[in-house]
Design a protein around this ligand. Structure first.
Ligand code: CMC
Length: 395
């Protein structure tokens, strides 16, 4: 057993070579295929970012149009999906529903289930990117008992999602461009983040040769946890709880609990395995938060004020400074989503929608790597030595 390195949590193990996303955690830098996230967030839209992650560079005009056309061609889901959805309780958590629906796609598309076939992977990638907004919106509409809205393909990716979420068949729906841009930015900022837990899950799952939809469903399941994608939901619940218990005046008291290791309370939306400086996505999200709240006349939103107060205290407090704990992307994304009208329970599903492209790009990269083999971590066995089974009356 001595020949294996013990590295719980993969603190010092690289699981792969990758050319997709670069993070410098000390500098607070994030690049997709070499392009800084700050530039992508202002100069590109989410589908440009998808193209970049999948194909290695930003599209030119012709490639852009072709890619948009290919994605919009696949935004509908098979009508049978409605019956699958109907089997769930209306109050089911959207991530439970999404795990099922995404895995269920495997059963519909026999021309895109062979993970080792590049054409299959290509069409599975387009289908997944195209269908995730439809599935998330269907899960939402189902939870509130409203009819599903079919995709409208002359809208942008984010605009179409907004319409499927918030429109009803009996009234006209106009996409608010400020909200559309904010949502698109949320998608861009969440599109990839190198070898995080869900991406590593997708790679490991895909390494067995399973089909791409099943591998992405595994990513959705992993993302659900509060230490990962579930943090945006947990963060907003935390802000609401502090607000209900006295708001800004009670921040000091709450922070004492966070610093008390026995309390089990964490400042959700703070800290990151890799960023030991301000998460660049959080900076952009904070800016978007201002824009959205101004647009909606919610400048005095108490949760936003509370978040700013928590951030201010944390950035000056020895506990957080010593541990290099800074706000991460989830600290402000929940406030933006709540202002837009997205229910808290759906936040992680929106993260999953956006991360799908990253998962697929990483899966493609792994399979195209000539050195790729099934992922199979070893262990250091620390259990009982060999022993004999005793008869029942002697145990
Ligand atoms: N509140 C209070 N203390 C914290 C926090 C926090 N949010 N995060 C880390 N710490 C402490 C931790 O207790 C430990 O203290 P000590 O050294 O005294 O034992 C120290 O800081 C180092 O933390 P760690 O848990 O060893 O760090 P990690 O890399 O294993 O965990 C993390 C990273 C993101 C899971 C953790 O910071 C956390 O749970 N944060 C809150 C949840 C959250 O916001 N997650 C979203 C991450 S970004 C989006 C995504 O990736 O999905």
């Amino acid at each position: 057993t001595g020949k294996f390195t013990y590295d719980p949590g993969f603190l010092s193990t690289s699981s792969c070579n990758s050319t997709i996303t670069y993070i410098d955690g000390d500098k607070g830098e994030l690049l997709y295929r070499g392009y800084p996230i700050e530039q992508l967030a202002v100069s590109c839209d989410y589908l440009d970012t998808c193209y970049l992650l999948l194909y290695g560079d930003l599209p030119n005009e012709a490639q852009r149009q072709d890619f948009h056309a290919r994605v919009t061609n696949h935004t509908m889901v098979n009508e049978q999906m409605q019956f699958f959805l109907r089997g769930f309780r209306r109050d089911a958590h959207p991530m439970a529903v999404l795990t099922g629906l995404v895995g269920g796609l495997s059963a519909f598309y026999h021309d895109s289930t062979d993970i080792n076939n590049p054409q299959h992977r290509e069409i599975a990638a387009i289908r997944l990117i195209a269908k995730m907004p439809t599935l998330v919106a269907m899960a939402y509409k189902y939870s509130v008992g409203q009819p599903y809205m079919y995709p409208k393909n002359d809208l942008s990716y984010a605009g179409n999602f907004m319409r499927m979420m918030f429109a009803t068949p009996c009234e006209d729906y106009k996409v608010n461009p400020v909200i559309e841009r904010a949502l698109d930015r949320i998608f861009i900022l969440h599109a990839d983040h190198e070898q995080n837990a869900s991406t590593s899950t997708v790679r490991l799952c895909g390494s067995s040769g399973t089909n791409p939809f099943a591998a992405i469903a595994a990513g959705v399941a992993c993302l659900w946890g509060p230490a990962h994608g579930g943090a945006n939901e947990a963060c907003l619940n935390m802000l609401e709880e502090i607000q209900a218990n006295g708001g800004v005046a009670k921040v000091g008291e709450f922070m004492e609990k966070v610093k008390d290791k026995n309390s089990g309370v964490k400042l959700m939306g703070f800290g990151h395995r890799v960023y030991k400086n301000y998460d660049p996505r959080a900076k952009l999200m904070r800016e978007t938060c201002h824009e959205v709240l101004n647009e909606l006349g919610l400048q005095n939103d108490p949760l936003f004020k509370l978040a700013m107060e928590l951030e201010k205290i944390a950035l000056e407090d020895d506990y957080f400074v010593a541990r290099k704990l800074y706000p991460n992307v989830d600290f402000y994304s929940g406030i933006v989503q709540r202002a837009i009208g997205i229910p808290v329970q759906l936040f992680t599903a929106i993260f999953a929608l956006a991360r799908t492209v990253g998962w697929i790009a990483q899966l493609n990269e792994m399979i195209a790597d000539p050195e790729y083999k099934i992922g199979r971590p070893r262990q250091l066995f620390v259990g009982a030595e060999r022993r004999d089974v005793k008869p029942l009356d002697q145990r």
